[in-house]
Ligand binder design. Structure first.
Ligand code: HEC
Length: 218
C-alpha cells in the first residue's frame, strides 16, 4: 500500500520543497539588494567628465545641460547629460559646492513639505504637477511661457523667482501658495530639481510630456 502513496501527499516532499524555495528566494533577494545598491549609487564628478552614464549622476551635474530624449532601445525617454551649461551664472561648481547646494534644496523641500502637494521620485501627492522632471518641463525652456511670465532670462532664475512668489505667476486653476522661500533656499531647490531631473527613473513618471502639456494647457 505505502508504495503507492502519491508524491503529492508525502510530507517530506513538501518540507524539502519549502526549504529549497526559501533558500533560493533568500539568495535571489541578497543578489537583488546588491544589484539595486550598485544601480542607485551616486556617480562621481569624473564619471560626468568622462561621459560615463550613471543612473544617479553626481551633484556637479548642475554644471551641465540636461535634456530628455526618446530611447528606442528602452522604449521611453531618458535624461541625457550634454555640454556644460551655466547655472546661476557659473558652470564650475565644485563637488563640495554642488553637494551643499543640493543639500540645502533637499532640506528646503522637506521643511516646506513639497510632497504634500507634489510627487518627487514617486513619493508624494498628486494635487500639483509631478516635480521629478520639472527641470526639463518645456514650459520652463527658452521661449516657453514661464520665462516670459517671470521676465527672467534663464530657466533657473525663472524657477527661483516662481518659487519665491508663486501666487504672482498662476498658470493653472490650482495655485501654489507662497511658502516664504528665501532667495538662497530657492537656488538650492532649483539645484535639487535640476539634479533630480538627471536621474534615470526608467521613464517615470509615464507620459511626462503629455501630463505637463495638459497642466500648462498646451
Ligand atoms: C499647498 C500645495 C503646494 C506645496 C506645498 C508646494 N507646491 Fe509647488 N505647486 C503647487 C501647485 C498647485 C502648482 C501648479 C500651479 C501653477 O503652475 O501655477 C505648483 C507648481 C510648482 C512648480 C511648477 C511645476 C512645473 O512643472 O511647471 C514647481 C517647480 C513647484 N511647484 C515647486 C515646488 C517646490 C520646490 C515646493 C516645496 C518647496 C512646492 N512646490 C510646494 C502646489 C504646491
Amino acid at each position: 500500500m505505502t508504495d503507492n502513496v502519491s508524491v503529492w501527499l508525502d510530507n517530506r516532499f513538501w518540507q524539502r520543497s519549502a526549504a529549497w524555495v526559501t533558500g533560493f528566494s533568500s539568495i535571489l533577494l541578497i543578489w537583488l539588494t546588491f544589484d539595486t545598491s550598485s544601480q542607485i549609487a551616486m556617480g562621481s564628478d569624473s564619471d560626468l567628465k568622462n561621459k560615463i552614464t550613471k543612473r544617479v549622476p553626481a551633484p556637479t551635474v548642475i554644471n551641465y545641460k540636461i535634456t530628455y530624449e526618446m530611447s528606442d532601445k528602452r522604449g521611453h525617454e531618458v535624461p541625457v547629460i550634454g555640454e556644460k551649461e551655466k547655472f546661476f551664472g557659473r558652470d564650475d561648481y565644485s563637488e563640495k559646492e554642488a553637494a551643499e547646494l543640493l543639500h540645502l534644496g533637499k532640506l528646503g523641500s522637506q521643511a516646506k513639505n513639497c510632497m504634500n502637494c507634489h510627487t518627487l521620485l514617486g513619493n508624494g501627492a498628486y494635487y500639483a504637477p509631478d516635480l521629478t522632471k520639472a527641470w526639463i518641463d518645456p514650459a520652463w525652456a527658452d521661449g516657453g511661457p514661464m520665462m516670459a511670465m517671470t521676465g527672467k532670462k534663464t530657466k533657473e532664475e525663472a524657477m527661483a523667482e516662481f518659487l519665491q512668489h508663486p501666487s504672482k505667476y498662476p498658470t493653472h486653476e490650482r495655485m501654489m501658495p507662497n511658502l516664504g522661500i528665501t532667495e538662497m533656499e530657492a537656488k538650492g531647490l532649483v539645484a535639487f530639481l535640476k539634479h533630480m531631473s538627471s536621474i534615470d527613473t526608467n521613464g517615470f513618471p509615464r507620459n511626462f510630456g503629455e501630463m505637463q502639456g495638459a497642466i500648462h494647457g498646451k
